[in-house]
Design a protein around this ligand. Structure first.
Ligand SMILES: NC(=O)c1ccc[n+]([C@@H]2O[C@H](COP(=O)([O-])OP(=O)(O)OC[C@H]3O[C@@H](n4cnc5c(N)ncnc54)[C@H](OP(=O)(O)O)[C@@H]3O)[C@@H](O)[C@H]2O)c1
Length: 251
């Protein structure tokens, strides 16, 4: 029996929302495992800071400013990746937003459209564009949310978008599987990131949330890296269409 490898040497990975939070952790973790990385978010300057950290680790890196909810930006992002990095092996659809709607009747068209655009439209378009370049052995990882499985009134639009992302994961895995391209999702529970910490501003709230988690705590951003590496590497060569919960055993 050969020991499975979690290495990504010689591969090029594109991480959306790579400028901070879970995306930054994934981008740096992939670089430490041998990948060259394209870091993308709306703010090219913030992506450039992460790209500099990746180069410091001895890997190639490219920072690209792009709004994933914009069809043309998605095209530009994939085109620049392939032109400047020479190939694309791993796409991580990580960029996401979770604005809290006031109540069902008060949900505005603007809130609805921007939530769907970032969490679902962008991943759908990037999946289509990337699929033209991913080689056999290529991988797509979608960063979903536990809200997609356990929605609540204050996550309704976000939850619906992430449920759509789960559906995209399963459908794309079927379309791309015959070409040897795998598509899986990480269904995240709560992780400490800037935006999460802003949405849970008090220690009491954080404590109440932690009490509902089997491991009794909120995850740290670095704790997504192992699962992302597993899905990106040959260690998960027989896994596709899966929704992997990474939630500390949350209820
Ligand atoms: N943290 C959690 O507890 C948690 C739980 C469940 C699921 N998730 C999911 O995990 C992913 C990352 O979450 P996070 O907590 O790390 O978020 P975060 O800290 O707010 O980071 C979000 C990232 O997405 C980028 N982004 C936002 N809007 C964008 C757009 N329109 N186009 C391109 N990039 C955009 C941001 O950069 P710019 O502002 O520069 O664009 C940033 O890099 C999201 O999909 C989120 O839904 C997180």
């Amino acid at each position: 029996m050969t020991t499975p490898s979690f290495r990504l040497d010689g591969k090029v990975a594109l991480v959306t929302g790579g400028s901070r939070g879970l995306g930054r952790a994934i981008a740096l973790g992939f670089a430490e495992s041998g990948a060259d990385v394209v870091v993308s978010s709306r703010r090219a300057d913030a992506c450039e800071e992460v790209a500099a950290e990746i180069r410091w680790r001895g890997r190639r890196a490219l920072a690209v400013g792009a709004h994933v909810g914009d069809w043309a930006d998605c095209e530009r992002l994939i085109a620049r990746t392939v032109e400047e990095m020479g190939r694309l092996d791993v796409l991580v659809n990580n960029a996401g937003i979770a604005p809290v709607p006031p109540s069902l009747p008060e949900i505005s068209e603007e809130l609805f459209e921007k939530t769907i655009a970032v969490n679902l439209k962008g991943p759908m378009r990037l999946t289509g564009l990337a699929s033209a370049h991913l080689p056999p052995g290529g991988v797509i990882i979608n960063v979903s949310s536990k809200a997609s499985l356990r929605p609540s009134p204050h996550t309704v639009v976000y939850a619906a978008a992430k449920a759509g992302l789960n559906a995209l994961t399963m459908a794309a895995s079927q379309e791309l599987g015959p070409r040897g391209i795998r598509v899986n999702a990480i269904v995240c529970g709560p992780f400490h990131t800037d935006s999460f910490d802003r949405s849970v501003p008090t220690a009491e709230l954080a404590q109440a949330l932690s009490a509902r988690i089997t491991l009794g705590r909120i995850g740290s951003a670095d704790e997504i890296v192992g699962t992302a590496l597993y899905l990106a590497s040959d260690a998960s060569a027989f896994m596709t269409g899966a929704l992997l919960c990474l939630d500390g055993g949350g209820a």
